[in-house]
Design a binder for this molecule. Structure first.
Ligand SMILES: [Fe+2]
Length: 258
């Protein structure tokens, strides 16, 4: 048996560059810009194995989905749900941050009363989840999930700690840049959007096939929050701003099929 050649970052980075060049060439040749990644993006290995291969089935009656889906009302979501630093007896370790922004429709109008859910790793880059067994410490004071409803201006806000980078097994020495997962429910269940927010200036961006699966530079840059000094609170927390556009030319990338 010959030993398997390790799948190195160099190989993955070369594939990322190749996909980016192919996209640039296609756009130059007149093909439309794509805000969303291909369902099967080779450098993100498992995406190739688990994306739908059949044409998607259109929901003829989206309202019917509502009959079997979970429901929530304004009374189910409390202010405490949006503060991930106050869910336990003590405070979590890490850099306290506030993440806020607006949820907008394609016309730039605020989307009000939208359920926004987040989940993230702790400051050490470990999820409080049984599937995450990598040797970074769990934090007994941090679960890493939160939710809120957007206000009349379409605004959401979370208090949390900055998540750490973490390893994954896409390839040898693969690390994900720090990120927060976001899920938004539209006015109907079938409009759900799942995406990820990143932090500015992270040195892992270029190495990460999940982020790079958004091959369009402008679309990818919209996944990165902006540090906003006015949102930082003296002696307390740093502030980040990230707007989410649900559809249209400035749309935030959606993880399809979720
Ligand atoms: Fe993650």
């Amino acid at each position: 048996m010959t030993p398997q050649t390790p799948l190195t970052q160099e190989i993955i980075s070369a594939e990322i560059a190749q996909a980016r060049q192919a996209y640039a060439k296609a756009v130059e040749g007149g093909e439309p810009r794509r805000d969303h990644p291909d369902r099967g993006y080779a450098p993100y290995r498992s995406s190739v194995l688990r994306h739908p291969e059949q044409p998607l089935v259109a929901l003829d009656d989206p309202d019917a989905v509502e009959l079997s889906g979970p429901v929530f009302g304004v009374t189910d979501v409390t202010a405490l749900d949006a503060d991930l630093t106050r869910q336990h007896l003590g405070e979590p370790l890490g850099e306290r941050i506030m993440v806020t922004g607006r949820v907008l429709g394609r016309d730039g109008r605020p989307v009000r009363g939208q359920l926004v859910e987040v989940w993230q790793a702790n400051a050490s880059g470990r999820y409080a989840h049984q599937r995450d067994q990598h040797p970074a410490p769990l934090d007994p004071n941090f679960t890493g999930v939160g939710r809120c409803l957007t206000d009349d201006q379409g605004r959401y806000a979370f208090t949390t700690i900055k998540p750490g980078a973490y390893p994954w097994r896409n390839h040898d020495n693969a690390w994900r840049p720090a990120h927060i997962h976001f899920s938004l429910f539209g006015t109907a269940f079938a409009q759900r959007l799942v995406t990820q927010m990143y932090f500015p200036g992270d040195p892992l961006f270029d190495h990460d096939p999940i982020m790079q699966s958004v091959t369009d530079d402008a679309a990818r840059s919209r996944l990165v929050a902006a540090y906003d000094h006015d949102l930082s609170t003296p002696e307390w927390s740093l502030g980040y701003r990230w707007d989410i556009v649900l559809s249209g030319p400035a749309a935030t990338w959606i993880e399809e099929g979720r």
